[in-house]
Design a protein around this ligand. Structure first.
Ligand code: V47
Length: 394
Protein backbone atom coordinates (compact mmCIF):
# COMPACT_ATOMS: atom_id res chain seq x y z
CA UNK A 1 0.00 0.00 0.00
CA UNK A 2 1.12 3.56 -0.58
CA UNK A 3 1.86 5.95 2.30
CA UNK A 4 -0.71 8.33 3.77
CA UNK A 5 -0.15 11.38 1.66
CA UNK A 6 -2.20 14.18 3.16
CA UNK A 7 -3.55 13.42 6.59
CA UNK A 8 -4.94 16.87 7.14
CA UNK A 9 -7.34 16.84 4.24
CA UNK A 10 -11.05 16.55 5.08
CA UNK A 11 -13.00 13.49 4.00
CA UNK A 12 -13.23 13.06 0.26
CA UNK A 13 -15.60 10.06 0.16
CA UNK A 14 -13.41 7.46 -1.52
CA UNK A 15 -13.88 3.75 -2.04
CA UNK A 16 -13.09 0.88 0.37
CA UNK A 17 -9.57 -0.43 -0.17
CA UNK A 18 -9.12 -3.95 -1.45
CA UNK A 19 -6.50 -6.42 -0.29
CA UNK A 20 -4.99 -9.37 -2.14
CA UNK A 21 -6.37 -12.27 -0.06
CA UNK A 22 -3.99 -14.80 -1.56
CA UNK A 23 -0.95 -13.28 0.16
CA UNK A 24 -1.21 -14.00 3.89
CA UNK A 25 -0.08 -17.45 4.98
CA UNK A 26 0.36 -19.13 8.34
CA UNK A 27 4.02 -19.56 9.20
CA UNK A 28 5.23 -23.18 9.53
CA UNK A 29 5.76 -22.49 13.24
CA UNK A 30 2.15 -21.34 13.69
CA UNK A 31 0.99 -24.35 11.66
CA UNK A 32 2.75 -26.73 14.03
CA UNK A 33 1.67 -24.79 17.14
CA UNK A 34 -1.95 -25.13 16.05
CA UNK A 35 -1.50 -28.86 15.52
CA UNK A 36 0.10 -29.21 18.97
CA UNK A 37 -2.70 -27.15 20.54
CA UNK A 38 -5.28 -29.60 19.16
CA UNK A 39 -6.59 -27.06 16.65
CA UNK A 40 -5.43 -28.84 13.48
CA UNK A 41 -8.95 -29.40 12.16
CA UNK A 42 -10.02 -25.84 12.90
CA UNK A 43 -6.81 -24.57 11.27
CA UNK A 44 -7.59 -26.55 8.13
CA UNK A 45 -11.15 -25.21 8.05
CA UNK A 46 -9.95 -21.62 8.44
CA UNK A 47 -7.21 -22.01 5.84
CA UNK A 48 -9.78 -23.56 3.47
CA UNK A 49 -12.32 -20.79 4.11
CA UNK A 50 -14.79 -23.17 5.74
CA UNK A 51 -17.27 -21.94 8.37
CA UNK A 52 -16.60 -22.80 12.02
CA UNK A 53 -19.23 -24.50 14.15
CA UNK A 54 -20.49 -23.81 17.68
CA UNK A 55 -18.21 -26.65 18.91
CA UNK A 56 -15.24 -25.07 17.13
CA UNK A 57 -15.97 -21.83 18.98
CA UNK A 58 -15.91 -23.67 22.31
CA UNK A 59 -12.65 -25.42 21.37
CA UNK A 60 -11.04 -22.05 20.56
CA UNK A 61 -12.03 -20.76 24.00
CA UNK A 62 -10.75 -23.96 25.69
CA UNK A 63 -7.37 -24.02 23.91
CA UNK A 64 -4.40 -23.30 26.21
CA UNK A 65 -2.31 -21.75 23.49
CA UNK A 66 -3.58 -18.18 23.16
CA UNK A 67 -0.94 -17.20 20.62
CA UNK A 68 -1.99 -20.08 18.34
CA UNK A 69 -5.61 -18.85 18.44
CA UNK A 70 -4.34 -15.33 17.78
CA UNK A 71 -2.24 -16.45 14.80
CA UNK A 72 -5.30 -18.04 13.21
CA UNK A 73 -7.41 -14.92 13.75
CA UNK A 74 -4.59 -12.80 12.37
CA UNK A 75 -4.58 -14.89 9.21
CA UNK A 76 -8.24 -14.04 8.64
CA UNK A 77 -7.64 -10.39 9.52
CA UNK A 78 -4.77 -10.13 7.05
CA UNK A 79 -6.68 -11.95 4.33
CA UNK A 80 -9.46 -9.43 4.64
CA UNK A 81 -7.48 -6.26 5.35
CA UNK A 82 -3.74 -6.89 5.22
CA UNK A 83 -2.15 -4.48 7.70
CA UNK A 84 -4.80 -1.80 7.15
CA UNK A 85 -6.23 -0.53 10.41
CA UNK A 86 -9.18 1.82 10.36
CA UNK A 87 -10.13 4.78 12.51
CA UNK A 88 -12.38 7.81 12.16
CA UNK A 89 -12.95 11.28 13.58
CA UNK A 90 -15.94 11.17 15.85
CA UNK A 91 -17.59 12.51 18.95
CA UNK A 92 -19.72 10.56 21.42
CA UNK A 93 -22.71 12.42 22.83
CA UNK A 94 -25.20 10.86 25.24
CA UNK A 95 -27.92 13.52 25.53
CA UNK A 96 -29.67 11.94 28.52
CA UNK A 97 -28.78 9.28 31.09
CA UNK A 98 -32.27 9.01 32.56
CA UNK A 99 -33.24 5.39 31.98
CA UNK A 100 -36.13 3.22 33.11
CA UNK A 101 -34.15 0.02 32.51
CA UNK A 102 -32.13 -1.39 35.37
CA UNK A 103 -29.17 -3.15 33.71
CA UNK A 104 -26.96 -4.36 36.51
CA UNK A 105 -23.69 -3.67 34.65
CA UNK A 106 -24.49 -0.04 33.86
CA UNK A 107 -22.71 2.82 35.64
CA UNK A 108 -24.06 5.56 33.40
CA UNK A 109 -27.84 5.61 33.86
CA UNK A 110 -30.01 7.23 36.54
CA UNK A 111 -33.53 5.99 37.06
CA UNK A 112 -35.44 9.28 37.29
CA UNK A 113 -35.24 12.88 36.18
CA UNK A 114 -34.15 14.78 39.29
CA UNK A 115 -31.97 11.95 40.69
CA UNK A 116 -28.47 13.06 41.65
CA UNK A 117 -26.31 13.00 38.49
CA UNK A 118 -29.32 12.53 36.16
CA UNK A 119 -29.05 14.88 33.21
CA UNK A 120 -30.72 15.93 29.98
CA UNK A 121 -29.03 18.04 27.32
CA UNK A 122 -31.20 20.48 25.41
CA UNK A 123 -31.08 20.32 21.61
CA UNK A 124 -29.08 23.58 21.46
CA UNK A 125 -26.52 22.18 23.85
CA UNK A 126 -25.88 19.09 21.70
CA UNK A 127 -25.66 21.22 18.57
CA UNK A 128 -23.31 23.59 20.41
CA UNK A 129 -20.92 20.72 21.17
CA UNK A 130 -20.69 19.92 17.47
CA UNK A 131 -20.31 23.62 16.57
CA UNK A 132 -17.46 24.02 19.06
CA UNK A 133 -15.60 21.12 17.40
CA UNK A 134 -15.88 22.38 13.81
CA UNK A 135 -12.11 22.71 13.49
CA UNK A 136 -11.66 19.00 14.22
CA UNK A 137 -13.30 17.97 10.92
CA UNK A 138 -15.54 15.42 12.66
CA UNK A 139 -17.19 13.03 10.25
CA UNK A 140 -19.43 11.20 12.73
CA UNK A 141 -21.53 11.79 15.81
CA UNK A 142 -22.25 8.66 17.87
CA UNK A 143 -25.29 9.37 20.01
CA UNK A 144 -27.07 7.05 22.45
CA UNK A 145 -29.41 7.67 25.35
CA UNK A 146 -31.03 6.16 28.38
CA UNK A 147 -34.68 5.13 28.01
CA UNK A 148 -36.07 8.46 29.23
CA UNK A 149 -39.84 8.46 29.93
CA UNK A 150 -40.02 12.24 30.29
CA UNK A 151 -39.40 13.28 26.69
CA UNK A 152 -41.69 13.57 23.65
CA UNK A 153 -40.59 11.67 20.54
CA UNK A 154 -40.16 15.05 18.85
CA UNK A 155 -37.12 15.68 21.11
CA UNK A 156 -35.19 13.08 19.09
CA UNK A 157 -36.40 14.16 15.65
CA UNK A 158 -35.73 17.84 16.53
CA UNK A 159 -32.24 16.86 17.66
CA UNK A 160 -31.48 15.04 14.40
CA UNK A 161 -32.85 17.89 12.28
CA UNK A 162 -30.91 20.52 14.22
CA UNK A 163 -27.67 18.56 13.88
CA UNK A 164 -28.20 18.28 10.12
CA UNK A 165 -28.80 22.03 9.87
CA UNK A 166 -25.60 22.68 11.83
CA UNK A 167 -23.43 20.28 9.81
CA UNK A 168 -25.24 18.58 6.91
CA UNK A 169 -22.33 16.25 6.08
CA UNK A 170 -21.93 14.94 9.63
CA UNK A 171 -22.91 11.24 9.67
CA UNK A 172 -25.36 10.60 12.52
CA UNK A 173 -24.96 7.11 14.02
CA UNK A 174 -27.50 7.04 16.78
CA UNK A 175 -29.98 5.10 18.94
CA UNK A 176 -29.43 1.48 19.92
CA UNK A 177 -31.98 -1.19 19.01
CA UNK A 178 -32.99 -1.09 22.67
CA UNK A 179 -33.93 2.58 22.31
CA UNK A 180 -35.84 1.90 19.07
CA UNK A 181 -37.79 -0.86 20.84
CA UNK A 182 -38.51 1.50 23.77
CA UNK A 183 -39.67 4.30 21.41
CA UNK A 184 -42.05 1.86 19.67
CA UNK A 185 -43.59 0.67 22.94
CA UNK A 186 -43.61 4.02 24.72
CA UNK A 187 -44.89 6.23 21.89
CA UNK A 188 -47.21 3.55 20.40
CA UNK A 189 -45.54 3.07 17.01
CA UNK A 190 -44.23 0.15 14.99
CA UNK A 191 -40.46 -0.31 14.64
CA UNK A 192 -40.85 0.73 11.02
CA UNK A 193 -42.64 3.97 11.90
CA UNK A 194 -39.97 4.82 14.49
CA UNK A 195 -37.09 4.12 12.12
CA UNK A 196 -38.72 5.94 9.20
CA UNK A 197 -39.36 9.08 11.25
CA UNK A 198 -35.81 9.06 12.60
CA UNK A 199 -34.36 8.48 9.13
CA UNK A 200 -36.50 11.26 7.69
CA UNK A 201 -35.12 13.56 10.40
CA UNK A 202 -31.49 12.68 9.59
CA UNK A 203 -30.52 9.34 11.14
CA UNK A 204 -27.85 7.72 8.93
CA UNK A 205 -26.90 4.50 10.72
CA UNK A 206 -27.20 2.73 14.07
CA UNK A 207 -24.59 1.74 16.65
CA UNK A 208 -24.37 -1.79 18.03
CA UNK A 209 -25.11 -1.19 21.69
CA UNK A 210 -27.71 -2.92 23.81
CA UNK A 211 -26.93 -6.40 22.51
CA UNK A 212 -25.16 -7.39 25.75
CA UNK A 213 -25.53 -11.20 25.77
CA UNK A 214 -28.45 -12.66 23.82
CA UNK A 215 -28.74 -15.97 25.67
CA UNK A 216 -31.82 -15.79 27.94
CA UNK A 217 -30.05 -17.19 31.02
CA UNK A 218 -27.47 -14.40 31.08
CA UNK A 219 -29.75 -11.72 29.64
CA UNK A 220 -32.33 -12.26 32.37
CA UNK A 221 -29.65 -11.53 34.97
CA UNK A 222 -27.98 -8.64 33.16
CA UNK A 223 -30.92 -6.68 31.78
CA UNK A 224 -34.31 -8.28 32.23
CA UNK A 225 -36.42 -5.21 31.51
CA UNK A 226 -35.35 -4.09 28.05
CA UNK A 227 -35.55 -5.45 24.49
CA UNK A 228 -34.76 -9.18 24.41
CA UNK A 229 -32.53 -10.91 21.85
CA UNK A 230 -35.26 -11.43 19.24
CA UNK A 231 -36.40 -7.83 19.55
CA UNK A 232 -32.82 -6.50 19.26
CA UNK A 233 -32.26 -8.64 16.17
CA UNK A 234 -35.65 -7.69 14.69
CA UNK A 235 -34.80 -3.98 14.88
CA UNK A 236 -31.46 -4.50 13.12
CA UNK A 237 -33.06 -6.77 10.50
CA UNK A 238 -35.58 -4.07 9.71
CA UNK A 239 -32.98 -1.28 9.75
CA UNK A 240 -30.95 -3.25 7.18
CA UNK A 241 -34.07 -3.82 5.07
CA UNK A 242 -34.79 -0.09 5.18
CA UNK A 243 -31.31 0.59 3.83
CA UNK A 244 -29.32 1.46 6.94
CA UNK A 245 -25.99 -0.02 7.96
CA UNK A 246 -25.61 -0.95 11.61
CA UNK A 247 -22.98 -2.25 14.04
CA UNK A 248 -23.23 -5.04 16.57
CA UNK A 249 -21.67 -5.67 19.97
CA UNK A 250 -21.30 -8.19 22.79
CA UNK A 251 -20.71 -7.28 26.42
CA UNK A 252 -18.26 -9.93 27.64
CA UNK A 253 -16.57 -10.85 30.90
CA UNK A 254 -19.31 -10.36 33.47
CA UNK A 255 -21.64 -13.22 34.40
CA UNK A 256 -21.97 -14.96 31.03
CA UNK A 257 -20.51 -18.36 30.14
CA UNK A 258 -18.27 -18.92 27.12
CA UNK A 259 -21.05 -21.04 25.59
CA UNK A 260 -23.22 -17.93 25.69
CA UNK A 261 -20.54 -15.84 23.95
CA UNK A 262 -20.35 -18.39 21.14
CA UNK A 263 -24.14 -18.54 20.94
CA UNK A 264 -24.19 -14.73 20.73
CA UNK A 265 -21.84 -14.44 17.77
CA UNK A 266 -23.61 -17.26 15.93
CA UNK A 267 -26.93 -15.40 16.23
CA UNK A 268 -25.24 -12.33 14.74
CA UNK A 269 -23.68 -14.43 11.98
CA UNK A 270 -27.11 -15.80 11.07
CA UNK A 271 -28.64 -12.35 10.77
CA UNK A 272 -25.64 -11.19 8.76
CA UNK A 273 -26.16 -14.14 6.36
CA UNK A 274 -29.73 -12.95 5.91
CA UNK A 275 -29.15 -9.21 5.44
CA UNK A 276 -25.44 -8.38 5.09
CA UNK A 277 -26.21 -5.11 6.89
CA UNK A 278 -23.70 -5.24 9.76
CA UNK A 279 -20.45 -3.39 9.24
CA UNK A 280 -18.50 -4.19 12.33
CA UNK A 281 -18.60 -6.27 15.48
CA UNK A 282 -17.36 -4.70 18.73
CA UNK A 283 -16.70 -6.98 21.70
CA UNK A 284 -17.18 -4.72 24.75
CA UNK A 285 -15.03 -5.63 27.74
CA UNK A 286 -16.87 -5.52 31.07
CA UNK A 287 -15.90 -2.74 33.52
CA UNK A 288 -16.84 -3.15 37.15
CA UNK A 289 -16.68 0.33 38.72
CA UNK A 290 -19.81 2.15 39.97
CA UNK A 291 -22.22 -0.64 39.12
CA UNK A 292 -23.87 -3.59 40.85
CA UNK A 293 -21.31 -6.07 39.51
CA UNK A 294 -18.36 -4.47 41.28
CA UNK A 295 -17.43 -7.77 42.96
CA UNK A 296 -16.91 -9.50 39.61
CA UNK A 297 -13.32 -9.16 38.37
CA UNK A 298 -12.85 -7.59 34.98
CA UNK A 299 -11.74 -9.93 32.16
CA UNK A 300 -8.00 -10.57 31.91
CA UNK A 301 -6.01 -9.26 28.97
CA UNK A 302 -5.73 -12.87 27.74
CA UNK A 303 -9.48 -13.43 27.85
CA UNK A 304 -10.01 -10.11 26.09
CA UNK A 305 -7.58 -10.91 23.26
CA UNK A 306 -9.01 -14.40 22.90
CA UNK A 307 -12.54 -13.00 22.64
CA UNK A 308 -11.44 -10.72 19.80
CA UNK A 309 -9.72 -13.63 18.08
CA UNK A 310 -12.62 -16.06 18.42
CA UNK A 311 -15.02 -13.37 17.21
CA UNK A 312 -12.88 -12.79 14.10
CA UNK A 313 -12.81 -16.54 13.43
CA UNK A 314 -16.50 -17.25 14.03
CA UNK A 315 -17.84 -14.17 12.23
CA UNK A 316 -16.61 -15.09 8.77
CA UNK A 317 -19.21 -12.82 7.17
CA UNK A 318 -18.46 -9.71 9.28
CA UNK A 319 -16.39 -7.15 7.40
CA UNK A 320 -14.69 -5.61 10.44
CA UNK A 321 -13.85 -6.35 14.07
CA UNK A 322 -13.46 -3.21 16.14
CA UNK A 323 -11.54 -2.67 19.38
CA UNK A 324 -13.05 0.29 21.17
CA UNK A 325 -9.87 1.83 22.64
CA UNK A 326 -11.50 3.96 25.41
CA UNK A 327 -12.70 0.71 26.96
CA UNK A 328 -9.54 -1.34 26.39
CA UNK A 329 -6.70 1.07 26.98
CA UNK A 330 -4.14 1.88 24.35
CA UNK A 331 -1.71 -1.03 24.88
CA UNK A 332 -4.44 -3.67 24.73
CA UNK A 333 -5.99 -1.99 21.69
CA UNK A 334 -2.57 -2.17 19.98
CA UNK A 335 -2.17 -5.86 20.88
CA UNK A 336 -5.67 -6.63 19.65
CA UNK A 337 -4.49 -5.75 16.13
CA UNK A 338 -2.63 -9.09 16.16
CA UNK A 339 -5.76 -10.92 17.37
CA UNK A 340 -8.20 -10.27 14.58
CA UNK A 341 -8.97 -6.58 15.03
CA UNK A 342 -8.74 -4.17 12.08
CA UNK A 343 -10.45 -1.06 13.51
CA UNK A 344 -9.88 0.94 16.71
CA UNK A 345 -12.88 3.31 16.50
CA UNK A 346 -12.06 7.01 16.43
CA UNK A 347 -11.00 10.13 18.24
CA UNK A 348 -14.08 9.49 20.48
CA UNK A 349 -14.20 12.95 21.95
CA UNK A 350 -16.26 13.18 25.17
CA UNK A 351 -16.94 9.52 26.02
CA UNK A 352 -19.04 9.01 29.20
CA UNK A 353 -20.35 5.43 29.46
CA UNK A 354 -16.98 3.74 30.08
CA UNK A 355 -15.45 6.56 32.04
CA UNK A 356 -18.34 6.34 34.51
CA UNK A 357 -17.61 2.59 34.72
CA UNK A 358 -13.98 3.17 35.66
CA UNK A 359 -12.08 3.43 32.35
CA UNK A 360 -8.87 5.41 32.90
CA UNK A 361 -8.18 6.13 29.22
CA UNK A 362 -7.90 9.73 27.96
CA UNK A 363 -11.02 11.72 27.00
CA UNK A 364 -10.46 11.55 23.26
CA UNK A 365 -7.32 11.09 21.21
CA UNK A 366 -6.02 13.39 18.53
CA UNK A 367 -5.98 12.01 15.03
CA UNK A 368 -2.16 12.11 15.06
CA UNK A 369 -2.17 9.97 18.24
CA UNK A 370 -4.38 7.35 16.60
CA UNK A 371 -2.11 7.23 13.58
CA UNK A 372 0.93 6.92 15.79
CA UNK A 373 -0.53 4.15 17.97
CA UNK A 374 -1.44 2.12 14.89
CA UNK A 375 1.98 2.64 13.29
CA UNK A 376 3.78 1.73 16.51
CA UNK A 377 1.80 -1.53 16.50
CA UNK A 378 3.25 -2.28 13.06
CA UNK A 379 0.07 -1.66 11.10
CA UNK A 380 -1.05 0.83 8.48
CA UNK A 381 -3.51 3.54 9.59
CA UNK A 382 -6.44 4.34 7.32
CA UNK A 383 -8.86 7.12 8.10
CA UNK A 384 -12.39 6.07 7.18
CA UNK A 385 -15.87 7.49 7.37
CA UNK A 386 -18.65 5.65 9.20
CA UNK A 387 -19.43 3.51 6.15
CA UNK A 388 -15.76 2.56 5.69
CA UNK A 389 -15.09 4.77 2.73
CA UNK A 390 -11.47 5.79 2.84
CA UNK A 391 -10.68 9.39 3.75
CA UNK A 392 -6.90 9.10 3.78
CA UNK A 393 -4.93 6.03 2.91
CA UNK A 394 -1.70 4.64 4.31
O1 V47 B 1 -24.85 -1.37 25.29
C1 V47 B 1 -22.35 -0.44 29.43
C2 V47 B 1 -21.88 -1.49 27.19
C3 V47 B 1 -22.66 -0.36 25.40
C4 V47 B 1 -20.74 -1.30 30.59
O2 V47 B 1 -21.55 0.79 17.44
C5 V47 B 1 -20.62 -1.72 29.27
O3 V47 B 1 -19.72 1.79 16.90
C6 V47 B 1 -18.76 -2.90 29.79
O4 V47 B 1 -22.46 0.02 22.26
N1 V47 B 1 -18.81 -2.54 31.10
C7 V47 B 1 -22.69 1.02 24.78
N2 V47 B 1 -19.64 -2.53 28.87
C8 V47 B 1 -21.44 1.28 23.95
C9 V47 B 1 -21.57 0.74 22.55
C10 V47 B 1 -20.60 1.15 21.52
C11 V47 B 1 -19.37 1.67 21.86
C12 V47 B 1 -18.51 2.05 20.84
C13 V47 B 1 -18.85 1.94 19.53
C14 V47 B 1 -20.09 1.41 19.19
C15 V47 B 1 -20.49 1.32 17.76
C16 V47 B 1 -20.97 1.01 20.18
O5 V47 B 1 -21.69 -0.34 26.41
C17 V47 B 1 -23.87 -0.86 26.11
C18 V47 B 1 -23.28 -1.97 26.94
O6 V47 B 1 -23.19 -3.14 26.20
N3 V47 B 1 -21.64 -1.18 28.60
N4 V47 B 1 -21.82 -0.49 30.67
C19 V47 B 1 -19.78 -1.74 31.53
N5 V47 B 1 -19.87 -1.43 32.83
Amino acid sequence: MSAISDLSRPLAGGQPLTVDASLPRLSPVAHRALERAGLGTIRDKVVGGERLSYEDGLALYACNDLSAVGALANLVRERKHGDLTYFNRNIHVDPTNVCVAECIFCSFSRLKTGDPNAYLMQVDEVVGRVRDLRGKFLTEIHMVNGLNPDLPFSYYTDLLKALKVEQPDLHIKAFTAVEIHFFAEFYGMTYEEVLQQLMDAGLDSMPGGGAEIFHPRARKKLCKDKADADEWLAVHRLAHKMGMRTNCTMLFGSIERVEERVDHVIRLRELQDETGGFQTFIPLRFHNTNNRLRKIPEPTAGDTLRTFAVSRLMLDNMPHIKAYWPMLGIELAQLSLDFGVDDIDGTVLEERIYHMAGADTPQGLARADLISLIRRAGRIPVERDTLYHVAAEA
